[in-house]
Ligand binder design. Structure first.
Ligand SMILES: Nc1ncnc2c1ncn2[C@@H]1O[C@H](COP(=O)(O)OP(=O)(O)OP(=O)(O)O)[C@@H](O)[C@H]1O
Length: 177
């Protein structure tokens, strides 16, 4: 039976505003915020810690096995700086957040990112790496690019995603009739 709740990926370069968006979206919709960083850490879906990048080395097979039952039911907001590993059949909408590189620099600097990591992330944002990844991995019509430059953008973006969810649910009802 098809799910009555969509799964939405919120992706983008680190610091672009994924967590900020997911928290507001979850509070406004009742969808469950799945921080993949937390899942990887809490469920041990990794092959250890990368000291240089100060991040977990993700075991993608273990991660997908661990998420399969939840995602098959729908109703989740997936918060991660990558998207191509999630099978298309689980995903209904992919939101790629984008921001200005000077704003991203300030946000990452405030987090004390190491210079190399900061530069790699700025390059990734400028080169639209996540947008390309999303467009290559999912159907064009489910990939949406949204700006996350100012605090007000979060409210506007969440409003747009809520409208999308409402329409998606309506389509499900009509398809089932
Ligand atoms: N639209 C925005 N306008 C102004 N500041 C923002 C915006 N979005 C996020 N920020 C700020 O930028 C910082 C990073 O935000 P956030 O943690 O949501 O990013 P992220 O993409 O989830 O990062 P990561 O991938 O590292 O978890 C926070 O200090 C947050 O308050």
């Amino acid at each position: 039976m098809p799910s009555t709740q969509p799964n939405i990926i919120i992706t983008g370069t680190p610091g672009v505003g994924k967590t900020s968006h997911c928290e507001v979206l979850a509070a406004n919709t009742g969808l469950k915020h799945l921080s993949i960083n937390q899942v990887v850490r809490d469920r041990g879906c990794h092959d250890g810690w990368d000291e240089e990048y100060r991040s977990w080395i993700v075991d993608e097979d273990k991660l997908l096995d661990s998420l399969e039952d939840e995602l098959a039911q729908g109703g989740h907001i997936i918060d991660w700086h990558a998207c191509d590993l999630f099978p298309k059949r689980w995903i209904d909408l992919v939101v790629v957040l984008r921001t200005d590189s000077t704003k991203l620099y300030d946000r990452l600097k405030a987090r004390n990112y190491l210079e190399q990591k900061l530069q790699d992330n700025l390059d990734s944002e400028i080169m639209e790496v996540l947008l390309d990844e999303a467009r290559e991995s999912y159907d064009e019509e489910i990939v949406v690019e949204l700006r996350s430059d100012e605090a007000d953008d979060i409210e506007v973006n969440v409003g747009r995603i809520k409208t999308w969810i409402k329409n998606w649910r309506q389509d499900q009802v009509e398809d089932a009739a």
